[in-house]
Write a protein that binds this ligand. Sequence first.
Ligand code: ARG
Length: 464
Amino acid sequence: MNEKTAANLWGGRFTGETDSGFAEFNRSFGFDRRLFVADIHASVAHCDALVGADVLTPAEAQQIDSALQEILERAQREPDYFKDAAEDVHSFVEARLIEIAGDLGRKLHTGRSRNDQVATDLRLWLRNEIDEISSGLRRTQEALLDIAEANRDVALPGYTHLQRAQPILFAHWCLAYFEMMARDRERLSEVRKRVNVLPLGSAALAGTSYPIDRETVAQGLGFDSVSHNSLDAVSDRDFCIEFANVASLIMMHLSRLAEDIILYSTTEFGFFELGDAVATGSSLMPQKKNPDSMELVRGKAGRVFGHLLGLLTMMKGLPLAYNKDMQEDKEAIFDTVDTVRNSLTVTATVLWNLRVNQPRAREAATRGYLNATELADYLVRKGIPFRQAHETVGRVVMRAVEKGCELNDLTLEEFKSFSPLVEDDVFRSLSLEETLATKSQTGGTASERIAEALVTARKRLAAD
Ligand code: ARG
């Protein structure tokens, strides 16, 4: 079965019919209908500009405007409105417009091409989604601060190489992810600036011969500026790739957070317990409580990275200007947006439902020589060069390992046999409280620094 060429946008040049398989392959309406509202808004702005360009009379523009409003309203009211087998969202809107306004509707495409139209729609749509993702990040940051404040005094072992390293406060761990998300939001606002440039008025590739006031169109649609080069404007998808890059970093951060939570919720670690609301059971093993929520977030990072690479690869060989390859940008960007938004929502829910096992975490923070560096620093304070102190403490640790005890369990005499400079005050230095308290420079895990950092973090959130 073939499609009537009259149903296409390019009837005149063709005598043959479009193969139905190819028509289906060519069609993007199944997914680009998500740009519907943006397409209406951009069309209204273009329509107004055509009055200034003397293509439409104010009365004609008025008629087109109200037809476009009617299309918008019907789409909201009628669930079947999008049933039409249109090629894409732009041809869909134009066809509906012609149905309502007749021949007048055929004037709207003057001085415009689907090439500048699709770039405009996508930028309008993405701008809004960037704001939504930024809010999602903000909510996740709030969740981090909430659980940090609710567990103010909880200590946790800090790791390097996944080996116990030095004790930290749980709140310090929360604030680490807070910082990553602060950078993510900063990056989003930078990308947003480059998204918020108007391509409309570039037409197919060469610019338009109609005196369209592009600055006014930009203002009307909330764009900060207009594109400088029509050839670039219709074939630029840097903004998609930049966005996918920022989205990948967000997912990478969420995935690391997920990994920490998954690990710390195991029986082996036992620092966290996931709330029932965000865990699943096993159909076979009755004891299981699985962190599916976090595993999915970790897993979904992969598909977002894939979209980034897909977009880069799709663009790399394209000659100027528009090529149909670029239709492939949409599903990548739509799925990236959905994945990031859903992952942020689920992550915030997981955080708000997280139970921290304070005794267990404290025990882990005090077992496994996490205070060895503290002993070296103690010797440094007694006048021993750090390198030498490090060597001495290494031998002390070896002794403790042989005895099967912690450093604090050694006697003063044993300490003195390694260094006569050790005094009774060593035990205080080796305590968890002291180990934490000494990390008192900016950015450190000392309780007073963390208290300040939490206040500052709240202020930073309130400020933007
Ligand atoms: N559906 C197309 C896309 O997403 C719109 C632009 C079509 N332009 C063209 N010259 N065929 O890229």
